[in-house]
Write a new protein. Structure first.
Length: 250
């Protein structure tokens, strides 16, 4: 091996080790998932690429060159995609950014928050309010009365139950609006009736919403899987048809 090869191999090894070391420090010290994810992706690109290139230069055989090129190609194709999907999933699930993160969003957006009421919805409201503050957009609280369950009742009994449900829904929306006003965010509310997923999809299309905030399903023990399937089916259909950004708050 020539002196040039030795020097180049050592330089590439040192570069790979340096980037890996910096990435390890970043994973430990950076304050939130998004920044740590950025540091971790550097380990599989710059750090590992430097080490693999050092191997290529040191050995230089056809077999080694072929394997190194294939591995590098695989890394540079998959690492950015993996980092993007992790970041997107974290954002959709409501993972908070570092409090000092500054965002510059030029466009105002329409945010729809589908609320069911109850203590668990307060976190959903809070996430929608946070997004409205960040983006300076219009916030709409939407409550859908599921009238499909009333089909088996008589006319008078069904009308009585529906009035009671409407009163409860209006109380839920008043509570959500009060929570928004308490945070300094202007909002309005909408009450719709019908099958929940269809009503939400129709309203999102009607107002041309940019963001839909929903709560993670909390249901009876043993029925979690069924509730999750309904939620992801709704979200998947909306994203395909309306190109709306979906945020799931827990």
């Amino acid at each position: 091996m020539s002196t040039v090869q030795e020097v180049l191999t050592a330089a590439l090894l040192l570069a790979g080790v340096f980037f890996s070391f910096v990435a390890a420090i970043g994973i430990v010290r950076l304050p939130d998932l998004y920044l740590r994810m950025h540091a971790a992706s550097k380990t599989t690109t710059l750090g590992l690429a430097g080490i693999l290139l050092a191997v290529l230069v040191y050995f230089g055989t056809y077999e080694v060159v072929t394997k190194v090129v294939i591995v590098l190609l695989f890394l540079f194709l998959t690492a950015p995609v993996g980092a993007h999907m992790i970041g997107r999933s974290a954002y959709v699930c409501g993972v908070n950014m570092y409090p000092k993160t500054t965002r510059y969003d030029l466009e105002r957006v329409t945010i729809v928050c589908a609320t069911r009421g109850g203590p668990q919805s307060e976190a959903v409201h809070a996430r929608a309010i946070e997004l409205a503050k960040e983006r300076g957009g219009e916030l709409i609280f939407l409550h859908v009365l599921d009238t499909t369950a009333l089909s088996g009742l008589g006319e008078k009994e069904g009308a009585l139950v529906l009035r009671q449900l409407r009163a409860m829904a209006e109380a839920v929306l008043r509570s959500a609006l009060a929570q928004a006003r308490g945070s300094g965010v202007r909002a309005r509310s909408e009450l719709r009736e019908g099958e929940v997923s269809k009503a939400i999809a129709a309203f999102v299309h009607e107002v041309d919403a940019d963001v839909l905030v929903v709560g993670y399903p909390h249901t009876a023990p043993g029925r979690e899987h069924e509730a999750e399937e309904r939620l992801w089916r709704l979200l998947g259909g909306l994203q395909e048809q309306e190109h709306v950004r979906l945020v799931v708050a827990r």
